[in-house]
Write a protein that binds this ligand. Sequence first.
Ligand code: FES
Length: 277
Amino acid sequence: MKTPPAEFYIDPARLKAERERIFARSWQIVGHVGQLANPGDYFTTRLGNEPLLFTNDGGTIHGFFNVCRHRAGPIAYGCGKAQRLVCRYHGWTYDLGGQLLRTMEMEGAEEFDPTQIRLQSVKVHRFGPLLLAALDPDTPPFEELYPGVRERCEPLGLERMGLPRKNRRRPGVLLLAVSEPDAEHLRRTAAVERRDSLDADNTLVRFEWFALEPLSDPQTNARWTELSRFSEEVQAEDAHICEAVQFNLHSRAYRSGPYSPKRERGVRLFHTLMQHS
Ligand code: FES
């Protein structure tokens, strides 16, 4: 078996199909629960090319497309705390559960019943400190789609982990590396990479470290300073090589190549699953 052909990585139609067949029908990390710690908290993000909004509605976590039901304006930007969400375009107002409460100058509109209008929701699941979402309402529950994952992650103490630091990078291609802690000071941490395909050639990578004992100020702690420096160094190396690989995938000189039986079994499995999805 050979690696997938170069078009697999650079074809916009392929990306479109993957967004539908894979990313919309699976659970993807969209944030961490600390972003919705208190009632009224909200934050926005994107999953692939979809704008999303998450709220803490009196202790219940909701997820929505950040798209107004009037003319697609944004309901919120960034993050914050609010009792109501007001669209920035014409002022339609929604509660934190997504129900439309108030509109502007809609008197006489045909077939218009505000009580029947809600923000379109996405499914939400909490996994330790992570918040996951599924765009397709028919996505099976997390435990059904990924049986045994929760049990296998239990030794990490996910439920007790917090987020000390994060950064963002925009390399030219999906990173497929899986790293394992190799030093004592990393054993009580977990690294999470979130990836959003911006287009066929660009992926936004969010790299976040979670820890069992988050520090009040990671910037002044020597352990975290070193972890941060090392993490930055590795990410910079990965981004640099990935940008070059993505550029080269457009070359007429490359079609596909062999897998290393020793190092690339995981990549091979991943590609096999994608081709059969
Ligand atoms: S698009 Fe939101 S109020 Fe018009």
